[in-house]
Design a protein around this ligand. Structure first.
Ligand code: NAD
Length: 388
């Protein structure tokens, strides 16, 4: 029997080397002036921002440039970007970068549409509803990665409260996602590893989630196979175009999967720990994925058993694998890409652990209820301790 499911992902996906050149053609459908959002000025220095502005201009789209976004974008930076976009009379928002730039672009699009600070949309039951007033979003991804170009999610950090919730609605999907693997060639090995592991974590979590669907299961399987085959290669040699191309594809497949199947406990914890300690998202996930897998795997043994087979890119041999093999395969990959670093060395302090555990329960509860193991507070604390 096919499991009942609901699948919705309205993003126009434009994939391929050189596809950045087509972004103006798509953007012109949504307005006349874009604010281009990046994390820092790197892409201005490399000429990518000028190139993008020229491409847009050729299709009659003007643009202003906003680089004041940190990795793990802050609510204040989003509000400031929206004020600049409003003053410049922009009618669309274009994120150029990894998850941070694209998530900030989504946040700016929400603020522009509703005229309220982004944090009003972020927390708890009293949060403002995100409506169709949200401005059009174009996502050009430069990491493989968060899949943000294909998700409705925007992850926003509040430096005052040290919280990092994920928000989203049907109106925060990008109208167009441009996935041009050429743009990922410049990613340094460490960021290739951490963002690539994020892709794998998305696929592992959406595949084993309570909300998994038959459609996203196919995408997750493919994404896991690609990560097993190509992530080491992309980390080892950033100029390996075949590996970059494959990882870019896996990134979007996994992104589509978490837009429907959502994430589970490890991602919820990575948000909370990132909010408390400012850790890098993909590195935080790598530190905790083995312990969360060990905890969750007996609640969904059929799927957890297949992960080892997918990661080795083998076919039809799942009965040869034990569920423990899946954890071992993931650990082997983490080691090979240099991410076997515990949370204590990523910047989390012992004194911050309780706050991080409380955070996931307070504002990432969906990641707990979507985990097949339904962990309790003491279980979550034990997972963090084991990963520390
Ligand atoms: P990032 O966007 O924070 O980028 C990391 C660094 O890499 C930045 O300094 C950036 O300037 C640099 N960079 C990006 N592309 C580059 C390139 N091609 N060449 C050289 N340098 C480049 O990293 P990320 O992992 O893509 O995004 C992380 C953020 O996304 C976190 O805040 C995380 O919580 C969030 N996230 C969002 C979703 C979602 O669905 N929206 C999912 C998972 C994570």
């Amino acid at each position: 029997m096919i499991k009942d499911f609901l699948y919705y992902n309205p993003v126009k996906v434009v994939f391929g080397e050189g596809k950045l050149n087509e972004v103006g053609m798509y953007a012109q459908e949504y307005g006349k002036k874009a604010i281009i959002v990046t994390t820092g000025t790197l892409f201005k220095e490399t000429g990518l921002v000028d190139r993008l502005q020229n491409i847009l201009k050729e299709s009659g789209v003007d643009s202003v440039y906003y680089p004041e976004v940190d990795p793990n974008p802050l609510n204040t930076q989003i509000d400031k970007g929206a004020a600049i976009a409003q003053a410049a009379e922009c009618d669309m928002v274009l994120g150029l970068g990894g998850g941070s730039a694209i998530d900030a672009a989504k946040g700016i699009a929400i603020v522009l549409g509703h005229g309220k600070p982004i944090w009003d949309f972020c927390m708890g039951e009293e949060a403002e509803t995100i409506s169709a007033k949200t401005f059009p979003i174009i996502a050009v991804t430069t990491t493989s990665g968060t899949g943000s170009e294909c998700t409705q999610w925007s992850v926003i950090t509040n430096p005052e409260t040290k919280e990092k919730p994920g928000i989203g609605s049907d109106y925060t999907f990008a109208k167009v996602a441009v996935i041009d693997p050429d743009l990922m060639i410049s990613l340094p090995p460490r960021i290739t590893a951490s963002t690539g592991f994020d892709t794998l974590a998305h696929a592992l979590e959406a595949y084993t989630a309570v909300l998994s669907t038959p459609i996203t299961d196919m995408f997750c399987e493919k994404a896991i196979r690609i990560c097993g085959r190509y992530l080491r290669r992309a980390v080892k040699n950033g100029n390996d175009r075949e590996a970059r191309n494959a990882m870019a594809y896996a990134n979007s497949l996994a992104g589509i999967s978490i837009s429907v199947g959502i994430v589970t406990l490890c991602h919820g914890l990575a948000h909370s720990i990132g909010g408390v300690a400012g850790t890098t998202h993909g590195e935080t996930l790598a530190a905790m994925t083995p312990a969360t897998m060990r905890f969750s795997m007996r609640a969904n043994p059929d799927k957890f058993r297949k992960i080892a087979m997918f990661l080795r890119d083998e076919w039809g041999t799942e009965s040869n694998f034990k569920i423990e093999d899946s954890v071992a395969e993931v650990e082997r990959l983490i080691h090979d890409i240099g991410l076997d670093v515990p949370l204590s060395r990523l910047g989390l302090k012992d004194s911050e652990i309780d706050r991080a555990v409380d955070g996931v329960i307070a504002y990432m509860e969906g990641s707990i209820t979507n985990d097949p193991s339904m962990p309790r507070r003491e279980d979550i604390l034990e997972i963090v301790r084991q990963s520390f």
